[in-house]
Design a protein around this ligand. Structure first.
Ligand code: UDP
Length: 455
């Protein structure tokens, strides 16, 4: 996105991301999009996983100090953040308001603590939901799902259909592994309620992709919904990576340059997911047996209880004769846009799913937790631009699935064709008159109405 010479007359916006990579990326993209529309931007962030201000010289950054650590249990981390950030956030916003008027606050939906602070300070609050509408519908349905007995999930019912949320099965419900499910239900209740009580929701999605979920949500939530995504497509692949918390290994690109179109499997499970050592080994053998080249992101912490690559069987990489490249963190959007990449084996985090859709890359889905399960089901059964590993992580099934996606066969070709068609729809929605372009104009007008009140 070009930083045109726009007059900063839209007022100041305060944006607070939730401090994990999959949330920081879309929030900073949103900040750049709104900056290009004339708004001044202040990013309020935790000292933990802080973005790099030098990549955004045109924004103001305010950090709030609090002792947080991602090494604790994931659910405890989410809850802890919502408690510990309240006072420093309140003090930070109060200080900003004493210096200049603010049009509104845009808060990640998971930072539900911002609702009380905004109410106390009489600051308009809009929410950014960084996931899909379809998975949010499932989160919002938790009270009903519990009442109907789908949750807590029973192993004998995993394949049962959830008739209230087609085409989800019980095993696709966005659960996490926890000893304290009540804490998880409470967290979701707060996120859903403070989203409902906000003045509007911004989505990193587009209408053509999620029209049915939009219809249902609009009936349940009587607040404006702005589907203005895919955010990363407002920028070039290389310039949209400024928000990466980890240094991206650029050597992958020259490695990909040496490969023929659609020949490489790209494998990445995002910034949070963990897999067991057994699954990791099955993945390694499954990949090796396909005979396709592969580029695999193995970040420290991906394998439970391990920091590095000590689990890769000795000899496996040597026998591949350069057919596999493993890196710790990659320029994912550039990789997905590269002609050599023929399939993406993903955990279906929403950003990864959307990035793959936008490049027309078919997916092999292996969701690990929460909304990833809903996303995977939509990829394989609604948009039908991928296949899901259904029978656990087993080298034979992996090999068959990758061959189906990449080799010459009818089912694979149909999936690849649909993926290319969906890519075109994603492009069109950002063009003038397209759904996301129009929704962004509506959002700018909406926020500007707050500016008017504030000044
Ligand atoms: N990502 C990246 N390099 C990698 C792996 C992932 O830059 O090696 C980026 C990816 O492009 C996406 C984000 O990290 O924007 C991950 O977000 P997602 O929602 O897919 O998953 P999460 O990390 O939240 O589970």
């Amino acid at each position: 996105m070009q930083q045109e010479a726009v007059q900063r007359n839209g007022g100041r916006l305060l944006l607070i991301p939730f401090p994990l990579q999959g949330h920081i990326n879309p929030m900073l993209h949103l900040a750049q999009i709104l900056h290009s529309k004339g708004f001044s931007i202040t990013i309020i962030h935790t000292t933990f996983n802080a973005p790099n201000p030098s990549n955004y010289p045109h924004f103001t950054f305010c950090s709030i100090q609090q002792p947080l650590s991602q090494t604790q249990d994931f659910l405890d981390f989410l809850l802890d953040l919502n408690v510990k950030c309240t006072t420093p956030f309140h003090d930070c916003v109060t200080k900003i308001l004493s210096q200049e008027p603010v049009a509104c606050l845009i808060s990640d939906a998971i930072c539900y603590f911002t609702q009380d602070v905004a109410d106390t300070l009489r600051l308009p609050r809009i929410v950014l939901r960084t996931g899909a509408l379809s998975s949010f519908l499932a989160f919002a349905a938790f009270p009903l799902l519990r009442q109907k007995g789908y949750i807590p999930i029973q192993d004998c019912k995993l394949e049962e259909e959830v008739t209230e949320l087609p085409p989800l099965r019980v095993k696709d419900l966005p659960m996490i592994k926890t000893e304290e499910p009540e804490k998880y239900y409470e967290l979701l209740h707060r996120v859903v309620n403070t989203t409902k009580n906000s003045l509007g929701v911004i989505w990193n999605s587009f209408e053509e992709l999620e029209s049915s979920a939009l219809k249902t949500l609009s009936q349940e939530f009587s607040i404006p919904m702005f589907l203005i995504g895919p955010f990363h497509d407002y920028f070039s692949a290389s310039s949209s990576s400024c928000s990466s918390l980890i240094l991206q290994d650029q050597s992958c690109i020259s490695w990909l340059d040496k490969h023929t179109p659609n020949s490489v499997v790209y494998v990445s499970f995002g910034s949070v997911a963990e897999i067991t050592e057994t699954d990791f080994l099955e993945m390694a053998w499954g990949l090796a047996n396909t005979n396709h080249p592969f580029l695999w992101v193995v970040r420290p912490g991906l394998i439970k209880g391990s920091k590095g690559l000590e689990h890769i069987p000795s000899g496996l990489m040597d026998n591949l004769e350069g057919r596999g490249l493993i890196v710790k963190w990659a320029p994912q959007q550039e990789i997905l846009a590269h002609s050599a990449v023929g399939a993406f084996w993903t955990h279906n985090g929403w950003n990864s799913t959307l990035e793959s859709i936008c490049e027309g890359v078919p997916m092999l889905c292996m969701p690990c937790l929460s909304d990833q399960k809903v996303n995977a089901r939509y990829v394989s059964h609604v948009w039908r631009v991928g296949l899901q590993l259904e029978k656990g992580v087993e080298r034979g099934e992996i090999e068959r699935a990758i061959r189906k996606l990449m080799d010459d066969n009818v089912e694979g070709k149909e999936i690849r064709d649909r993926a290319l068609k969906l890519k075109e729809e994603a492009k069109l929605c950002l063009e003038k008159g397209g759904s996301s372009c129009s929704s962004l104009e509506a959002l700018v007008t909406y926020i500007s109405s707050f500016t008017f009140q504030a000044s």
